[in-house]
Design a protein around this ligand. Structure first.
Ligand code: HEC
Length: 172
């Protein structure tokens, strides 16, 4: 009797496994919308701010997949349900900060985003940890981080000075 029970269990496990397999295959036909929004090259952070090439390289490796319209999609980003989880990060990241549209941000918004940039990276929140685990080039060294943030802080100061100048009344 015990033999019969375990073989019935095996049959059921096989069926469940097969059903899950089929479900997984069917799920692959469902894919997120990966179309990039339109953007103007003149508005790109690199065009507007001309950051040093070294910083651009770091940003390409650590930030741009989620914070620009030029996301790279590795092979595993096409596997559902992972695909939806990755696209959600990209959509959410772009909504918060899109370097492709930097030139359209007001000075106030730019200044605020630069402030957030320093905070998020200092608090180890950006790049997202799940991204860092997979992308070696997103794991910045302490030296690279301090160089990056120094540039960002300087740029923020410049914007603050410009804003203060514009807010000041015209000299008589
Ligand atoms: C895997 C995707 C991903 C990567 C890579 C990534 N981010 Fe983000 N980022 C997000 C998401 C999603 C949010 C919004 C949710 C949150 O704050 O956690 C966000 C939020 C932010 C914010 C907050 C904006 C605001 O106004 O609150 C800043 C600043 C930021 N990221 C900067 C960076 C920088 C700089 C890098 C690279 C060093 C980077 N991120 C890399 C996904 C990413």
């Amino acid at each position: 009797m015990t033999l019969g029970k375990s073989s019935a269990l095996k049959t059921w496990l096989k069926r469940i496994g097969m059903a899950l397999g089929i479900l997984f295959i069917v799920a692959q036909f469902f894919q997120p919308d990966r179309r990039s929004p339109e953007s103007n090259a003149a508005d790109h952070f690199y065009t507007v701010e001309s950051p040093p090439a070294q910083l651009q390289e770091k940003m390409n490796g650590a930030c741009m997949d989620c914070h620009s319209n030029d996301a790279n999609y590795p092979w595993y980003s096409y596997i559902t349900p992972l695909s939806f989880w990755i696209q959600d990060h990209i959509n959410h990241g772009r909504k918060e900060l899109n370097f492709s549209n930097w030139g359209q941000y007001s000075a106030k918004r730019q200044e605020h985003k630069l402030k957030e940039w320093v905070e998020e990276v200092e608090e180890d929140k950006m790049p997202l940890e799940s991204y860092r685990i997979i992308h070696g080039e997103a794991r910045l060294t302490e030296q690279e981080i301090s160089e990056m943030l120094e540039w960002v802080k300087t740029r923020r100061e410049e914007i603050l000075v410009r804003m203060a100048e514009q807010a000041a009344p015209e000299p008589p």
